[in-house]
Design a protein around this ligand. Structure first.
Ligand code: ASP
Ligand code: MG
Length: 445
């Protein structure tokens, strides 16, 4: 409430809220429980209701009408879940309707809490401003129509003084008015869509960390919050599971060149990280270090592949058919082996698909084997300033050499914004620290 009051004092703000922490997970869980006909569903439903009612009691001085509204929505939820437990099946469409209750409940409460603090808050259901197709669970946005809906809702010649819309994130509707959702963490996406449609000055993402870190602060004590990163760096970082914003989510903002600001709700005075066109003026040779845990390396090796066109095509075709997602690829110019990295659970499906596809070559010994190595980690150094600068890989790999860390594979994209390499999981912490020391020397003294 303080953060909103502060912002609304000087600017026009539109707010997007997600569900309370853990509620979406809990709703998905209860939906699945209901399918089994479990008797625990009633209890879990009551838990969800109580948690929200407790917040009403805590936040709102006269909470009578909010309690009624929360109760009504929880009744509806209970009825839906009862229906699911009767028919023992929950379609993706029903699941979307069930999870939509998380955002709707939270926004009812927050609207009342802000009104209670004297602000002119009004709730706007995301389903009335975000139009999607009918791919339940992660629906595709109809940008043109959504843009129009948002403009119609919020863009008045004379905005209502002090009007603060409280928008339910994550939820949307299709052309028939049926509830859809934008995929997990979709509230950021809602915010980006609304901000872009409104030509906002900034889109702020309020989370529970101080911003984007130079490296995982759980592993690197000297990691620091970056004051700024470029859109492209943020995308590279989030591909690596750094908890920034999903690249997809950023696109509406990027298209309009609207800066995104990552702020900490628990520490609002911290400056946060700005994501915009250019990287930080303070950025050194690299901007940050990112990593992906629990990956496996699949290696295809054999002298018979040398000079044989089409093998890579078949390998990746077979993997695509098996719906295996490849995170990193490397082939040495001897063509003697191709290796690629997948998330651990996809390693076995990858190998089966390849053994099927390459059966003949394996039989003829043109390919000796398809091998998997597990318990690995991809680490990547990322930064705009790496482009066209010699000596970065030298510094990177000598720091690893000095720390006695063995590198299993290396890849650099031609954008030169990212050098990725693979190490054993047991070397993770040493690797991150060695690289951080090599590129952020000032921070480690
Ligand atoms: N509540 C939704 C989720 O947990 C959307 C969000 O958090 O942004 O995925
Ligand atoms: Mg969330």
């Amino acid at each position: 409430v303080d953060i909103v009051a502060d912002a609304a004092a000087s600017d026009r703000v539109l707010l997007v809220f997600s569900a309370m922490k853990g509620i979406t997970d809990q709703l998905l869980f209860v939906a699945n429980e209901a399918v089994t006909g479990s008797a625990a569903v009633g209890k879990q439903c009551a838990e969800i209701r109580n948690r929200h009612l407790e917040v009403v009691r805590e936040l709102i001085s006269d909470g009578a009408s909010t309690t009624v509204a929360v109760d009504a929505l929880c009744d509806e939820l209970a009825e839906l879940l009862h229906g699911v437990s009767l028919v023992r099946e929950c379609s993706p469409r029903t699941r979307d309707l069930i999870v939509s209750h998380g955002e709707r409940l939270n926004c009812i409460i927050l609207t009342a809490a802000l009104a209670d603090a004297g602000l002119n808050a009004r709730m706007v259901d995301g389903r009335s401003i975000i139009r999607t197709d009918s791919t339940h669970g992660s629906a595709a946005v109809d940008f043109k129509y959504t843009h129009k809906l948002i403009r119609d809702e919020f863009s008045h010649d004379t905005p209502i003084a002090g009007d603060i819309p409280i928008i339910t994130g994550f939820i949307a509707s299709d052309a028939h008015g049926v509830t859809t959702t934008l995929g997990r963490n979709g509230s950021d996406y809602t915010a980006s869509l609304v901000g872009a449609a409104m030509d906002a000055d900034a889109i702020e993402i309020w989370t529970d960390v101080d911003g984007v870190y130079s490296a995982d602060p759980r592993s690197v004590d000297s990691a620091t919050v970056l004051d700024a990163v470029s859109y492209r760096e943020a995308m590279e970082l989030s591909y690596f599971g750094a908890e920034v914003i999903h690249p997809f989510t950023m696109l509406p903002a990027v298209e309009k060149g609207i800066p995104l600001l990552i702020k900490n709700t628990m520490n609002p005075s911290a400056p946060g990280t700005v994501i915009a066109e250019h990287t930080s003026a303070q950025a050194g040779l690299i901007t940050g270090i990112a990593s992906i845990e629990s990956v496996a390396l699949v290696n295809i090796e054999g002298g018979g592949m040398v000079g044989l066109p089409g093998i890579a095509g078949r390998v990746f075709g077979a993997l695509a058919e098996a719906r295996v997602n490849i995170i990193m690829i490397s082939q040495a110019s001897s063509e003697h082996s191709i290796c690629f990295i997948v998330r651990d659970p996809q390693a076995d499906p990858a190998v089966s698909a390849l053994e099927r596809e390459l059966e003949l070559e394996l039989h003829q010994k043109k390919i000796e084997r398809v091998q998997v190595e597990r318990d690995l980690e991809i680490v990547a150094v990322i930064g705009e300033n790496m482009r066209g600068r010699p000596g970065i890989s030298g510094r990177l790999f000598s720091s690893l050499g000095d720390a006695g860390i063995n590198v299993l594979a290396i890849a650099q994209g031609s954008t030169e914004m990212n050098i990725s390499f693979v190490v054993h999981r047991s070397d993770r912490k040493n690797t991150l620290n060695a690289v951080h020391r090599a590129f952020f020397p000032g921070e480690t003294q």
